[in-house]
Ligand binder design. Structure first.
Ligand code: FRU
Length: 484
């Protein structure tokens, strides 16, 4: 009897043990995550001289939010990233002892050296929120500037910071871009608790003039953060473009979670206007937040977001790091029966992540893969299935859903075990979905990119565990990975 209990105990321990193989548990292979420590929002996304820069909110000292600084990674293809040393660090005022954290913001390529701080034109300038705090109390948020003469490797903070201060505790997340028609810089940023986006203009990145405000409108169930403003082509109408204002706030499933919404409208260089009457959302999963688009990329608009949700972000059971970023997505607009809607597709460089096309799901060997699947009403598939554990994706009552209630570790936080869903319009006979699975993240794209679900999952085993139910048909299977 005693021996039996002992064996049962050993068996339980083996089953609960973290999965072990060459992949560090939960470490995504084709999504960027820092080697160690905490990250949240992407910052300063910019392209310069063959390199894409991903700066990111980063705590150099630990696995939870704090000491916010800008981490840094670069890539030549948007898929394979190399992490570099911390770019801009939190600092302390020697006289007062108050600290300034480097909150979210932008980087621009200053073509003309408009502010005359750099040694040469084409230097990188970052405009970020300087968050002043003392004794764990936020005191003031203002906008500051730093510049780099060596392609973002080292930075100098501008001597006369801040460059914009309206004497508020919450005033943040500047997104700056060049507006060629008026030969000026435009900055969008939020007054979070007033649900307002403010638009400023500047000729030199140093002196800023308020032009207009947008909001409150749309979804105001949670504070607004991380705005962006960009022009997009309308699919199939070569001459037509519209502007999109995106921002982070509440989630389509309600304010227990955070999410992203957007407005489609016009921007005349001074004011953004939108005739939209109901809120529209970027992603219907729980793990897509703080997305912004790259500056200085010609002919396409690329966004990436933080794959996490503030509701449980500090508790997710990852290893020595916490937080990752989505696959970069090319954005567009599509005319639908309801009006213009945002589309998102993995960037074309995603192809480089496909290491092998497989004949069937039975050939899959890891939890990093891509599938193309045709769903019909009542059908679906399981991923990462083993024993009672599974993540389910399917089409039910005209809705695409992702159920992670049995996906593995779910009880590290009470709201994590969720089911995501979105109504597909018009009601589909057949829905083709593209699924990118990468250890602890699943991104599902469908209907030409009109609907996306991004969710984290934390399986306790390392099997691909794919099977289908109902009339679901697998069209294509790829093993996915890093370039060797
Ligand atoms: C959004 C956010 C931003 C802020 C940053 C701080 O996730 O709250 O508004 O700048 O994170 O890390």
């Amino acid at each position: 009897m005693k021996q039996l209990t002992f064996f049962a105990l050993v068996l339980t321990l083996i089953q609960c043990a973290p999965k072990k193989d060459s992949v560090e548990q939960y470490r995504p292979q084709v999504h960027f995550s820092p080697q160690k420590n905490w990250t949240n929002d992407p910052n300063g996304l910019v392209y310069l001289d063959g390199e894409y820069h991903l700066f990111f909110q980063y705590n150099p000292y630990g696995k939870t939010w704090g000491h916010m600084s800008w981490g840094h990674a670069v890539s030549t293809d948007l898929i394979n990233w190399t992490e570099l040393p911390v770019a801009i660090e939190e600092y302390t005022d020697a006289a007062t002892g108050d600290s300034t954290m480097i909150f979210s913001g932008t980087a621009v390529v200053d073509f003309n050296n408009t502010h005359k701080l750099c040694a040469e034109p084409n230097c990188l300038v970052s405009i970020y929120t300087s968050h002043l705090h003392a004794d764990n109390q936020g005191l003031r948020q203002h906008q500051s500037l730093a510049y780099s003469n060596d392609k973002g490797r080292t930075w100098n903070r501008y001597d006369n910071n801040p460059v914009l201060d309206i004497e508020r505790k919450d005033f943040r997340d500047p997104k700056v871009f060049w507006y060629p028609e008026h030969e000026k810089w435009v900055m969008a940023l939020v007054v979070p608790d007033l649900y307002k986006v403010q638009l400023y203009e500047s000729k030199d990145l140093l002196a800023w003039n308020l032009m207009s405000e947008f909001g409150p409108t749309g979804d105001t169930l949670r504070i607004w953060e991380c705005p962006d403003l960009f022009e997009l082509p309308v699919e199939g109408q070569p001459e037509k473009t519209q502007w999109v204002l995106s921002l982070s706030g509440s989630h389509p499933a309600g304010p227990t979670f955070v999410g992203m919404q957007y407005f489609v409208g016009e921007f005349d260089g001074t004011k953004f206007t939108s005739a939209q009457t109901q809120p529209l959302y970027v992603d219907f999963g729980k793990d897509y937040y703080a997305g912004i688009v790259f500056n200085n990329v010609k002919d396409r608009t690329i966004m990436l977001g933080w794959v996490n949700n503030w509701t449980y972000a500090n508790q997710i059971p990852t290893g020595k790091w916490r937080g990752m970023f989505s696959i970069p997505r090319e954005l567009g607009l599509k005319e639908t029966a309801a009006d213009l809607r945002l589309t998102q597709k993995p960037v074309k460089e995603w192809q480089t992540a496909r290491v092998q096309k497989l004949n069937s799901i039975n050939e899959l060997q890891s939890q990093t893969f891509e599938l193309e699947v045709d769903l019909q009403e009542g059908s679906g598939l399981h991923l990462f299935k083993s024993g009672n554990e599974q993540t389910t994706i399917g089409l039910r009552d005209g809705k695409l859903y992702l159920d992670r209630t049995k996906s593995g570790q779910v009880d590290f936080q009470k709201d994590f075990a969720s089911v995501e869903s979105v109504i597909i319009e018009p009601k589909p006979e057949k829905l083709t979905v593209r699924i990118i699975a990468d250890q602890s993240v699943i991104e599902v794209f469908t209907a030409d990119g009109l609907y996306v679900i991004t969710d984290q999952v934390f399986p306790t085993h390392n099997k691909p565990g794919v099977d289908v139910f109902g009339n679901a048909e697998i069209n294509a299977v790829w093993a996915v990975g890093k370039k060797k």
